[in-house]
Design a protein around this ligand. Structure first.
Ligand code: 0GY
Length: 311
């Protein structure tokens, strides 16, 4: 239903898993106005070439394919997050935001050299945040003073900062994160090691991070990326990713006004299995267990952050 994954003139990273064709219709009915608050577009590489400094080459995943998935799953809107394979060239993401007719907002990656006019053009396209990536397999190091300077500039536009890091790096990054002057959105709960206890030191630190800093939000996304127990087919359930659920449920319960959810389509860098996005949606009622929490997670919170003029 979303079309066949394709590649243009770029050769995919060996072993690259293409996104899932023909996802199921979710059994869980999304509330009206639901936002998929973390997804990407890749290329197409022939139109929007992948960045020379990239650490992987994906298969193409176009704006049309993303919008078809949105409609199939029952989402109303997308937040399209700049992926590292496009570096600081935001053209594919920005074009998708423009093409969405107001149904997509974006999160960009920029360098210190970005001009005010470029930031304003991105704002007009629908961008409302910048992403700082600290996952070492994905990016080269950027000096923190450069990032802080960018954060101060985008604050003037009312944007926020999205941070992506591994849980083991939180202690070292704590002072930088807590000095950021904007709303700060953490990707995928800061990537906890879900083989550790929920109340163990690692995830407790993340909980303290959110508790002590009211400007910090978290995406409770990517069970398929964090899970060690694996996908639904293993135990015949539609949702599964059992080991991740308590972590996500706890974040939703403790911070219901500061959580977001996204598919992460087209799921870069998965090595073991590619999730069926329909079944991923069926995870939601296991982490946001009441209609009120589902409304906050999927509608109220993302609208407040990305479409405040309509919220
Ligand atoms: C994600 C996760 C990953 C990749 C990226 O920008 C990216 O390349 O975010 C990953 O490999 O964990 O959120 O898409």
């Amino acid at each position: 239903m979303t079309g066949k994954p394709t590649t243009g003139r770029f050769d995919k990273t060996p072993g690259w898993l293409d996104w899932f064709e023909g996802p199921a219709k979710p059994a869980f009915q999304l509330p009206p106005g639901a936002v998929d608050a973390h997804c990407h577009v890749f290329g197409p590489g022939d139109t929007y070439p992948y960045a020379p400094e990239r650490k992987y080459t994906p298969c193409d995943a176009s704006q049309a394919q993303l919008f078809a998935l949105r409609d199939h799953l029952g989402f109303s809107r997308n937040v399209i997050v700049q992926a590292t394979c496009h570096g600081a060239d935001n053209r594919a993401m920005a074009a998708a935001c423009r093409a969405s007719g107001g149904k997509a907002r974006g999160v960009a990656t920029v360098k210190r050299s970005v001009s005010d006019a470029e930031l304003e053009a991105l704002h007009a396209d629908g961008v409302r945040g910048v992403r700082f990536n600290f996952v070492k397999r994905l990016v080269d190091f950027t000096p923190k003073d450069e990032l802080m300077e960018i954060a101060a500039r985008v604050k003037q536009l009312g944007w926020h900062v999205v941070i992506y890091f591994e849980a083991v790096d939180l202690p070292e990054l704590w002072d930088f994160f807590t000095a950021l002057p904007t709303t700060v959105v953490v990707d995928h709960m800061g990537r906890p090691d879900v083989s550790q206890p929920l109340d163990g030191p690692e995830f407790s630190l993340f909980m303290r991070f959110m508790e002590a800093h009211g400007n910090v939000w978290s995406k409770v996304s990517c069970p398929e990326r964090l899970s060690l127990s694996g996908p639904p087919a293993l135990n015949g359930e539609r949702h599964a990713y059992r080991d991740v659920l308590p972590f996500a449920r706890q974040v939703v319960e403790r911070f219901p006004e500061r959580v977001l959810w996204g598919t992460d389509w087209p799921h870069p860098n998965l090595k073991q299995h590619m999730p069926d996005d329909g079944l991923l949606v069926d995870v939601i009622p296991h982490i946001a267990v009441t209609p009120e929490r589902q409304q906050q997670l999927l509608v109220t919170n993302p609208m407040r952050l990305y479409w405040p003029e309509e919220a």
